[in-house]
Design a protein around this ligand. Structure first.
Ligand code: MSP
Length: 507
């Protein structure tokens, strides 16, 4: 049996509502999942909420509610937000789910039994925002670089995972497997963390008297498991670890998507946990940059919190989806502006794609009563379609939705140019050129069909809407073979319909 494609997002802290940052990784994972489904592969997509730890206990206390009711309410807000946006995880996991609690206890008991965990005294600088001890070299002017406030000095006895035993192993894994962490800049960053010497063994518990909101350590009920040592295990719980006999197969093709601020946890903690448990490493960790608003990261703890995600109500979710998937260079930060969104909407979607669809279908209505004409020998668009499909494949293989969309829009551009060059409106004037007119319009419709198929993981509703105008069901779409040139049956009735994307003016 072949392994499914398995993609994960980080599980989000539900101490505030979803925003563009969390929506971005979820959209990105959704797009990958849809793409692999279209290839005909079995696909698993996991997202959810990270509900333990001080952050959540504090947020609940501030609202004067008990922590469980708080996380129940907030997790539902995440879940229903993703559902409303038609994002398609196979499972929405919560770290308070009973199977996750069991998986975490099983995992850490195993490490404890193997002698990987030790009881020690510790004093360090703790940032509640990060839920982590920071090293002095990670501070900027005495403050946590991500949260802009000073960490607290804390001393306590705790259980430690002997993480440093695995640094040599991790270094050699990173050096021999160039695709493990992409883009390569982040692999180098992890190597730098190891070389920098700031990393030590990892404190994996919190005393219950200080924090009871967590999963009890199975070997000592005076402690709960540290939130990162709990949260990372979700990637295993989500595929049935430790009981479902299928979980190891599902694990063998796992790809994690994360933002760069949680690189240390995924690039250092997680691989070493897995290694210590005798489990194989993930196949790929793919790291994206941050959306900036002005020059600051958009996040719930930043004071510039803006509901950028709210722009979906103004412009539609699919244009927003297109904009974020198309504009952010993989691994780099990107500035989010309404102006950029509107520019993409007007130029790529309204002008290029929208016009292609309305022109080509409009001409079929005008010259052929809305019926797909005869197939003739394929012209130049067939090759353009194959090239774009290959470019989309390469982009998605490299986890770059931007490159994939660039390749896709080359087909849209080529089809628009083809129409200009062939000028069907001139052919239509001469009855002797009827066959040429058929050939040109059939060719154009096929390019539209292939473009809509390729587009559907990125913009599912738009893809389906274009296919429906061509008389096809969204479920007919497939990328399992080649682009299958010539699939559109002559005689099929097509409709031009409303403009896909009316141009908008920025107020
Ligand atoms: N709970 C942890 C993850 C545990 S995974 C086992 C966490 N949660 S978070 O809610 O704070 O952040 C989740 C993700 O959202 C991170 O990948 C983070 O990079 C991403 N984003 C938050 N703000 C962002 C932007 N402004 N831009 C892009 N993504 C950002 O960390």
């Amino acid at each position: 049996m072949s392994a499914p494609f398995y993609v994960t997002t980080p599980i989000y802290y539900p101490n505030a509502d979803p925003h563009l940052g969390s929506a971005y990784t979820t959209i990105y994972a959704d797009t990958l999942a849809r793409y692999h489904r279209l290839l005909g592969e079995e696909t698993l997509f996991l997202t959810g909420t990270d509900e333990h730890g001080e952050k959540m206990a504090q947020a609940a206390a501030e609202q004067g509610v008990d922590t469980q009711s708080f996380v129940d309410r907030m997790a539902l807000r995440f879940r229903s937000q993703w559902e409303a946006l038609e994002l398609t995880p196979n499972r929405f996991i919560r770290t308070t789910d009973a199977d996750h609690v069991r998986a975490v206890r099983h995992f850490w008991q195993q490490l404890y039994d193997r002698g990987e965990v030790e009881f020690r005294d510790y004093t360090g600088l703790y940032c509640v925002g990060c839920e982590a001890f920071l090293t002095p070299s990670e501070l900027v002017d005495g403050n946590c670089a991500d949260h802009g406030r000073p960490p607290e000095q804390r001393s306590e006895s705790n259980y430690f995972f002997k993480m440093s035993d695995y640094f040599d192993w991790l270094r050699s894994e990173l050096e021999t497997n160039p695709d493990l962490i992409t883009p390569p800049r982040f692999k180098n960053e992890v190597l730098g963390m190891i070389e920098g010497g700031g990393l030590q063994d990892l404190c994996i518990t919190r005393p219950v008297e200080r924090l009871s909101w967590g999963i009890p350590a199975p070997w000592d009920e005076n402690y709960v498991i540290y939130v990162w040592a709990d949260a990372l295990i979700n990637y295993l719980t989500g595929i049935g670890y430790p009981d479902d006999p299928q979980w190891e197969l599902r694990w063998s093709r796992v790809h994690h998507l994360i933002g760069k601020d949680i690189l240390k946890a995924h690039g250092v903690f997680w691989p070493t946990f897995l290694r210590a448990a005798g489990l194989p490493l993930y196949r790929g960790l793919h790291v994206h940059g941050h959306w900036l608003l002005g020059s600051q990261k958009i996040s719930k703890s930043a004071s510039n919190l803006v509901d950028a995600l709210g722009l979906k109500d103004k412009y539609g979710f699919e244009p927003l989806r297109y904009y974020v998937l198309r504009d952010m260079p993989f691994g780099q930060d990107s500035e989010f502006t309404e102006e950029h969104l509107v520019r993409r909407l007007n130029s790529d979607l309204a002008n290029d794609l929208g016009n292609l669809v309305s022109r080509s279908l409009g001409m079929v209505e005008r010259y052929f009563d809305g019926v797909v004409p005869e197939k003739r020998a394929p012209g130049t668009l067939r090759e353009a379609a194959a090239r774009s499909a290959e470019g989309v494949r390469a982009g998605m293989q490299a986890f770059s939705t931007r490159n994939a969309l660039e390749a896709l829009f080359e087909l849209v551009g080529a089809a628009n140019k083809y129409i200009e060059d062939e000028a069907p409106w001139k052919l239509a004037k001469d009855p002797a050129q009827r066959e040429d007119l058929e050939a040109v319009l059939y060719e154009t419709l096929e390019a539209v069909r292939v473009a809509a198929t390729l587009l559907s993981p990125f913009m599912p509703q738009t893809g389906a809407s274009i296919l429906a105008r061509l008389g096809l069901e969204a479920t007919d779409a497939s990328l399992a073979g080649d682009v299958d040139w010539g699939r559109l049956e002559p005689g099929t009735r097509v409709v031009k319909g409303e403009a896909l994307f009316p141009r908008v003016e920025l107020e």
